[in-house]
Design a protein around this ligand. Sequence first.
Ligand code: ADP
Ligand code: ADP
Ligand code: ZN
Length: 212
Amino acid sequence: MNIILLGAPGAGKGTQGEMISKRLGIPTISTGNMLREAIKNQTALGMQVKKYMDEGALVPDELVLDIVAERVTQPDCSKGFIMDGVPRTVPQAEAIDAKGVRIDHVVSLEVDDEAIASRMSGRRVCTKCGASYHIVNNPTKVEGICDSCGGEVATRKDDEPATVLNRLKVYHETTEVLKDYYAKQGKLRLVCGDQPIEDAQADILKTIGVTE
Ligand code: ADP
Ligand code: ADP
Ligand code: ZN
């Protein structure tokens, strides 16, 4: 099953993506995590993308498409994958279609802008595996330590309020039209993201037809 998760920054794509991944045994492809990893490792790609990410702007399509094209051909994606944070522009969606990558379901997590701000100020992300937590809504079992991998959790530089506003603007101007793009293909499913994490997960599984 090949799934795309759409939604504003902070809508819960990372959180829900990891839960679906564990449930279905298929990997998540998070371009945000892959790009942050590249920055951490100071690779050529990391150097190129840092300034865009720090500003809350999108990284150029071709850089993102290269890493996605490489990732989807890896063996662990053969049974399916969950794209989290990609595509984010119509050209990215068109390129994924043009490559012949089959997409079964596109789930858009719906959350109002007003709810996003408080989520972002409390978000903590694992610096090792990218898992997403919240100091109130979804805390780590041991303070500061990732439940999944034992890595350190930290705030994200682009989660400061001014940058979040910019990212929301980018979402509405550039990414949200992807809902129309996938609605035309009959693949769009809307799920309320502004409800408890477990309830959103149950709605997602139901809408993509996972019952057992
Ligand atoms: P969030 O989960 O809050 O939506 P992400 O981790 O997905 O944030 O993305 C963080 C940043 O990484 C984005 O603001 C953007 O700079 C860059 N990025 C991630 N995915 C893409 C993409 N598909 N296209 C362009 N830029 C991207
Ligand atoms: P995205 O990947 O879409 O940017 P995340 O999954 O990282 O979003 O979630 C953003 C923040 O909101 C995190 O701190 C996360 O723990 C928290 N969060 C996720 N889902 C919910 C929810 N349903 N209710 C409240 N907080 C949530
Ligand atoms: Zn971790």
